[in-house]
Design a protein around this ligand. Structure first.
Ligand code: UDP
Length: 243
């Protein structure tokens, strides 16, 4: 497997369909995998917080979530094949799970969103077996959730607690479970439930999904400051590399 390192974060050199095949192989071999889809915000957080960097480096796979990472890789002359976002990976995994009748656990989001997302998955992916759900507003020290996941034996656990909560939860709990894919998927349950709309394709094609999200949820502006800071660091690295 080939990796491209950006500011200490090792990104898997893959596109969405090969990545999903890799995960399918892991499921069939009953391997355990911790997946992080990392955007510039995560890379900046890791750069500033050593503990978080260590956690990221524990992941089995880190993929490029967002055009910012893909562009950065290109600028640093180590191009990546494309974006592998949390939402797209979740949808592809649901399609795979539908085909192969895989078992799925949904962890995260508000109770109402979770129920809506579950209902949509049951309708659109009837052969997926949902073996358990848990909303994302629980007591952190509640080990019962990991215990329930262990007993339910899901092939895939989608963890939608937002960054960095979902990555922390997975790193603290994955060792309790024997196998399965654990992937942090951010606001994906909200999109599946229809509570939050994803950017129309037009915006996505122009690589402006981030702007659409900002306009829809202006409260995200503070978090989005990570983007220009990330761009600045990449430009500095590029300048250093070319001297
Ligand atoms: N969330 C949760 N528990 C919490 C905080 C957040 O389950 O304690 C959920 C929230 O309801 C939403 C998701 O986590 O469904 C975070 O979505 P966001 O779009 O902020 O994800 P990010 O951009 O951080 O990946």
């Amino acid at each position: 497997m080939k990796f491209v390192e950006i500011m200490g974060v090792p990104f898997l050199h893959t596109d969405l369909s090969s990545f999903v095949s890799t995960l399918d192989d892991d499921i069939r071999q009953q391997k355990k995998a911790f997946v992080i889809t990392a955007n510039p915000e995560i890379v900046m957080k890791a750069r500033e917080d050593m503990k978080f960097m260590e956690l990221i480096r524990q992941a089995t796979y880190v993929t490029a979530d967002g055009i910012g990472i893909v562009k950065a890789a290109q600028l640093l002359n180590k191009p990546l094949p494309g974006r592998v976002t949390g939402y797209d990976t979740m949808i592809s995994l649901l399609q795979l799970a539908n085909k192969k009748k895989y078992r799925v656990f949904l962890l995260g989001a508000k109770p109402e969103t979770l129920q809506k997302a579950k209902a949509t998955i049951e309708k659109d992916y009837p052969d997926v077996e949902i073996v358990g759900t848990q909303d994302g507003y629980f007591n952190w020290d509640d080990n019962d959730i990991a215990e329930r996941i262990k007993k339910a034996k899901p092939d895939i656990t989608f963890v939608a607690l937002g960054v960095p909560r979902q990555e922390k939860w997975i790193s603290e709990n994955i060792s309790y479970c024997n196998s399965g894919i654990f992937i942090g998927v951010g606001g994906s349950f909200d999109v599946i439930a229809g509570t939050v709309q994803r950017a129309p394709l037009f915006w996505q094609k122009l690589n402006l999904e981030w702007l659409y999200r900002l306009l829809k949820q202006p409260s995200r502006w503070r978090r989005m400051l990570a983007l220009p800071r990330f761009a600045w660091q990449i430009l500095k690295l590029k300048a250093r590399n070319s001297t």
